[in-house]
Write a protein that binds this ligand. Structure first.
Ligand code: NAD
Ligand code: IPM
Ligand code: MN
Length: 356
């Protein structure tokens, strides 16, 4: 049966990079990929049109879709809006309404980019980490939250870090199941020395870990994990962590691979439905200039083919095509180095198409 893909370009470079990823999907369609694409508004562009970053129509289409491809949301233009209608709320609303609790962020170094990383090649070569970020709970969604005025007249801002046992258990299982198909190691990252919420996180991941005696579980405090990621990143196989820690650690891990423009992601529910997006944002500083790296978004399509569309061979083809263009020495500005050839967003997309 024809699968439905909802395309949500969003804001800033989201428009440019998604256009390249759609070219790839269209090419695969002519090769027999049985999908139908629809497009809708999310983020700031949706706010401008409908006064909300997540219009009901977009959410309905997202619910009906088998998979969603998202660019990025946000930008200077909407920074002074109240949090409730900020572009970012559109993305957070999709994640939570669709219960996309498992965010997979693979940080893989393409060998051709070993010198593009700010870390020494001998530290990053062969890097292959899977960060499993909890995506629908934690401090991003905990109640109560807000800004209130105290008795002494001062205002205070507050958020709540909260995880239930079942929320921890289900994300832990995702991490252990993935580790079983990889190098059988899970490092759970928390702040259990300070925060009760993550004390429970450590307890529950340990309990779940007992069911996976073929996977070695370790625990690490998040401050140390940040340091270890830049000291000796290859010690990690699968990392599992909370919503906010995962947000921060994955941006750091991205740079190990040469650029944040290289990291794709999959946000999955319990039934294989997923939203696929690069981990970076709308990069308003470079938007509209045809310089953004589209590879993270194109690689997100590969994740979509693998996790939601059951087309692992086509996913392999995309990853191989990315490999080929890197072999050819083509580089967007973020991964450019002496001796390589600088190309724009659309030229990079075209090169991937050709290599497909
Ligand atoms: P960002 O990821 O947009 O940009 C950080 C830096 O990385 C910028 O210098 C940018 O030019 C560069 N960069 C990002 N993606 C790139 C790409 N594909 N190619 C080349 N360079 C790239 O983060 P930010 O500047 O902190 O945030 C900008 C806006 O994006 C904010 O509104 C933020 O809320 C939003 N944001 C959205 C998402 C998302 O939609 N998933 C993720 C992160 C940030
Ligand atoms: C990401 C982004 C989002 C997050 C923002 C835009 C809500 O930084 O996808 O990493 O914090 O999750
Ligand atoms: Mn982020």
């Amino acid at each position: 049966m024809t699968k439905k893909i909802l395309v949500l370009p969003g804001d800033g470079i989201g428009q440019e990079i998604v256009a390249e990823a759609v070219k790839v999907l269209d090419a695969l369609k002519t090769d027999g990929l049985d999908v139908e694409l629809d497009e809708a508004l999310v983020g700031g562009t949706a706010y401008d049109e409908h006064g909300t970053p997540l219009p009901a129509e977009t959410l309905d289409l997202a619910r009906e879709a088998d998979a969603i491809l998202l660019g990025a949301v946000g930008g200077y233009k909407w920074e002074s809006l109240e949090i409730a209608v900020r572009p970012e709320k559109g993305l957070l609303g999709l994640r939570s309404e669709l219960e996309l609790f498992a965010n997979l962020r693979p940080a893989i170094l393409y060998p051709q980019l070993a010198d593009a990383s700010t870390l020494k090649p001998e530290v990053v070569s062969g890097l292959d980490i899977m960060i499993v970020r909890e995506l629908t709970g934690g401090i991003y969604f905990g109640q109560p939250r807000g800004i209130r005025t105290r008795e002494d007249g001062q205002r205070e801002g507050y958020n709540t870090l909260v995880y239930s046992e079942s929320e921890i258990e289900r994300i832990a299982r995702v991490a252990f199941d993935i580790a079983r198909k990889r190098n059988h190691k899970v490092c759970s990252v928390d702040k259990a020395n300070v925060l009760e919420c993550t004390e429970l996180w450590r307890e529950v991941t340990t309990t779940v870990g007992k069911e996976y005696d073929d996977v070695a579980l370790s625990h690490m405090y998040v401050d140390n994990a940040a340091m270890q990621l830049v000291r000796e990143p290859r010690q990690f196989d699968v990392m599992v962590t909370t919503n906010m820690f995962g947000d921060i650690l994955s941006d750091a891990a991205a740079m190990l691979t040469g650029s944040i423009g290289m990291l794709p992601s999959a946000s999955l529910d319990a039934h294989g439905k997923g939203m696929y997006e690069p981990i970076h944002g709308s990069a308003p500083d470079i938007a509209g200039q045809n310089v953004a790296n589209p590879l993270a978004t194109i690689l997100s399509v590969a994740m979509m083919l693998r996790y939601s569309l059951d087309e692992p061979d086509m996913a392999d083809r995309i990853e191989q095509a990315v490999n080929t263009v890197l072999d050819q020495g083509l580089r967007t500005a973020d991964i450019f180095q002496e001796g390589t050839q600088k190309v724009g967003t659309s030229e990079m997309g075209d090169a991937v198409l050709k290599a497909l």
